[in-house]
Every structure is written in structure tokens, then in C-alpha cells.
Design a protein around this ligand. Structure first.
Ligand code: TXA
Ligand code: MG
Length: 340
């Protein structure tokens, strides 16, 4: 068995010895990065306060931002949360998949996981490697996205290693994730279902499946602590193409532009203004979502560009809402930036 930090795992036929090694690390309080269908997660034993605290240290995550507990079986959720008929219905219809439910928490969930909110976020991912790992360790796995706090989420193992190489005990590498944006977070503790974070399941899908309306929370930042913080910040300035005076602003950063979107940059820039080959195009909203974080990490690493410009999806339909949310937050994030 390999003892290296970074191990490839076939997503369709996970090697049992590798899964067992990951589970053993989790059981003794270590950290394992693993693939889900949305983004890679940084996992720890979700019932062990010391282990889950390590997640915050590794990521540099503010301690008042709670974690999601991941399950391999909906039946196990009642060990950590109080389940309503509505929760049961949503789990039956939409799990496994990119849906996180916020439910009233039982006392046994550590405060490091819930941030003392009295609620707990739960999700059953559909990725076979995630499911095998959770199953093998026999406890819910607490896992945020496996990036340094404030950076774009990791959609492949290389991005995980770039941020957390010295801070995890094992990285399970199953190639790029299929959805590319994190799960949809839904608060179902009150009379109406409230969207805390748009994500891999469009709100329309949830409304159709449940027959209930999903309220788009205006005061999102108040309810989901994670949305308060700096997020997804690339190392280069990021502008959105719906900004006033875009061309002028973009060129004021200096030399050349890196572009990402569903159509090319010609509407705004001449070919000489766009860095050589620094234009990343997506042929559908699903592919925009899938490639968004990777595109940010790719463009920020290109020496020949000074600013990234992303095309704003005009419609929030389908995955458009999640793409809008990630782009808006990435552009609004004032991170440390490369200076050239
Ligand atoms: O797709 C995903 O959800 C990925 C994969 C790894 O499962 N995980 C993920 O975790 O994105 P994280 O920690 O990056 O985002 C979790 C979000 C944060 O915005 C957090 O504030 C919110 O869920 N959250 C967690 N527990 C909560 C709670 N009890 N009440 C409200 N929001 C909660
Ligand atoms: Mg995250």
C-alpha cells in the first residue's frame, strides 16, 4: 500500500485498501481530503471536537463558520439532527446530491461543527469515493471545501495540494469534480424553506421535487455565517462584464486581460488586449459552473495577464444563480494580490 500523501482512486471502483487507510486516519483524528461531486472536501471525524478543530487551523477558517456533516446513509442523520417530514421528503427525493439541509441539532454534535448555532448542516454526497470513505469510518465526516479560507474552491486534487499540502494527512485524487460549485444550502428549520447558498441543485429543481417554494434570503449573510466572509478571491483583480466602464477599468490595471465566459471577449477587447491564449470559454452554464474555480486558478497563474474579466450570466436560471453568486463574491473579495 502506498504511503504517499497523494493517492489516486478510481471513482468508479475505489480501491478498498486506500479507502481503509483514509478511514483509519479519520478515526484517529486526522485530516483527509476527498472528492465529492461538487468540490473536494477537507474531512475530519465530525463527532470529534479536536479533529474538527484541525480543519479550522488547516484552512485558516474563522471559528464561527460552521461545517457540513456528510453521511453515506440518510438513516444516520437522526443521530445528529431532529428530522421533520419535510426533511425526510427532501432527502428521499434529492439525496444523494448537491443539497445541504440545515436542521435543528442534537446536543452530541460538537460546537466546533455547529459554531454553537443550535442547528447542523447535513448532506449526502453522490461521489462513490466520498460514500465509501464515510461508510468505512462509521461516523459523519465534517468537511468544508478543501481550500485555504478565502481562496477559490478546489475542483481537483492539484488545487487541494496547492493550498493544503502540508496540512493534510492524505489527499484522495479521483480527478476533476463533475458539478464544480458547492452544494445548495437550504434552511428548513422554519415554516418556509430558505436558500442560504445557491449551488449545484438549482432552486427550480428543489421547488419541483418538493412542491414547495424556496425563499431567496435577502439577508443571506445574517443566516449562513460562511457567506459573510471573503470568498473565492483570485490572486489577480477580477472584474465582471456587467460593470460600468469595464474596458477602461480593465486596461487601467496594465497590460493584458484574461477572459472567462460563454462567449468571447471581442465585444469589449481587441485581440491584442487579451493575453495570448488567456481566454477560457464554456459552451453551457453547466460547464461554466464546472470550470469556474479552475479557470480562476488557471488565469491567476498566467504571467502575461494583469486582470481577469468574467462574463456575468444574465439569467439566474439553472446553475446561473450559483455562477452569479460565486462570481459576485470572488469579484467583491479584496484578497492579497499578486503585484507585478
Ligand atoms: O458542496 C459542498 O457543500 C462542499 C462539499 C465538500 O461537500 N462543502 C462546502 O463546505 O462547501 P463549506 O464549509 O465550504 O460551506 C458550508 C456552508 C457555509 O456557508 C456555512 O456557513 C454553511 O454551509 N453552514 C454550515 N452549517 C450551517 C448552519 N448550521 N447554519 C447555517 N449555515 C451553515
Ligand atoms: Mg468553502
Amino acid at each position: 500500500m502506498s504511503t504517499s500523501l497523494h493517492v489516486s482512486v478510481d471513482p468508479w471502483n475505489p480501491d478498498w485498501t486506500v479507502i481503509a487507510r483514509g478511514a483509519a486516519i479519520l478515526k484517529r483524528g486526522g485530516l483527509v481530503a476527498f472528492p465529492t461531486e461538487t468540490v473536494y472536501g477537507l474531512g475530519a471525524n465530525g463527532l470529534d471536537p479536536l479533529a474538527s478543530r484541525k480543519i479550522f487551523e488547516a484552512k485558516g477558517r474563522p471559528p464561527d463558520n460552521p461545517l457540513i456533516l456528510h453521511f453515506a446513509n440518510p438513516r444516520d442523520v437522526e443521530t445528529v439532527a431532529f428530522i421533520t417530514e419535510r426533511a425526510e421528503r427532501l432527502m428521499r427525493l434529492l439525496w444523494p446530491g448537491p443539497l445541504t439541509l440545515v436542521l435543528p441539532s442534537r446536543d452530541r454534535v460538537p460546537h466546533t461543527v455547529t459554531a454553537g448555532l443550535g442547528t447542523v448542516a447535513v448532506r449526502m454526497p453522490s461521489h462513490p469515493v466520498a460514500l465509501a470513505l464515510i461508510d468505512a469510518c462509521g461516523v459523519p465526516i465534517a468537511a468544508p471545501s478543501a481550500n485555504s479560507s478565502g481562496r477559490p474552491s478546489p475542483t481537483d486534487a492539484r488545487a487541494v495540494a496547492a493550498d493544503l499540502k502540508d496540512k493534510v494527512d492524505l489527499i484522495l485524487d479521483s480527478g476533476p469534480t463533475s458539478i464544480g460549485v458547492e452544494s445548495t444550502v437550504l434552511d428548513i428549520t422554519g415554516p418556509k424553506m430558505i436558500l442560504l447558498r445557491p449551488g449545484g441543485y438549482p432552486t427550480e429543481t428543489i421547488e419541483e421535487a418538493s412542491g414547495e417554494e424556496v425563499l431567496l434570503s435577502g439577508g443571506e449573510a445574517m443566516r449562513s455565517p460562511g457567506t459573510r466572509y471573503r470568498h473565492y478571491a483570485p490572486l489577480l483583480p477580477l472584474l465582471l462584464d456587467n460593470e460600468e466602464g469595464l474596458r477602461h477599468r480593465a486596461l487601467s490595471f496594465g497590460g493584458r486581460v484574461g477572459w472567462m465566459g460563454m462567449t468571447g471577449p471581442e465585444r469589449y477587447f481587441t485581440s491584442g488586449e487579451v493575453g495570448e491564449g488567456a481566454s477560457i470559454l464554456f459552451d453551457s452554464m453547466e460547464n461554466y459552473a464546472r470550470g469556474l474555480f479552475h479557470a480562476l486558478r488557471t488565469l491567476e497563474a498566467r504571467e502575461e495577464i494583469d486582470v481577469i474579466v468574467a462574463q456575468w450570466p444574465t439569467s439566474p436560471k439553472g446553475l446561473g444563480r450559483a455562477v452569479q453568486d460565486r462570481l459576485a463574491r470572488a469579484a467583491g473579495a479584496q484578497g492579497e494580490r499578486k503585484t507585478r
